[in-house]
Write a protein that binds this ligand. Structure first.
Ligand SMILES: [Zn+2]
Length: 107
């Protein structure tokens, strides 16, 4: 019977051959959850959802990669440009958006 600690959908059942030759079933840690956008919750593309993947395999090389989806980054860059051009005030945007705007370097 499966022990209590392994009765979870997050555990992954894998089969390994023991030194004696028999095939044993063991439970590996947790499954990796897919990366989601921090602003809207959409699934992020281009990111491998694996626990044992290098940083460069997991995250594309662009601003806010692995944190925000492309649509949210686009909106953020537009907001920053509007504020810089004087078409909008920083107060027109939510606090979280204003904070993220600070880290947008290029327009
Ligand atoms: Zn988003």
């Amino acid at each position: 019977m499966v022990s209590r600690k392994n009765r979870s959908q997050s555990k992954k059942l894998v089969y390994r051959r023991a030194p004696s030759g028999r095939v044993a079933s063991i439970y590996k840690g947790g499954r990796a959850k897919p990366a989601k956008c921090g602003a809207c919750g959409a699934l992020l593309g281009g990111i491998k959802s694996a626990r044992r993947a290098s940083k460069s395999e997991r995250v594309p090389s662009r601003p806010f990669a692995g944190q925000l989806c492309g649509a949210c980054v686009r909106g953020l860059v537009k907001a920053k440009a509007r504020v810089r051009a004087g078409a909008a005030k920083p107060e027109d945007y939510r606090f979280a958006q204003r904070e993220m705007m600070k880290s947008v370097k290029k327009i």
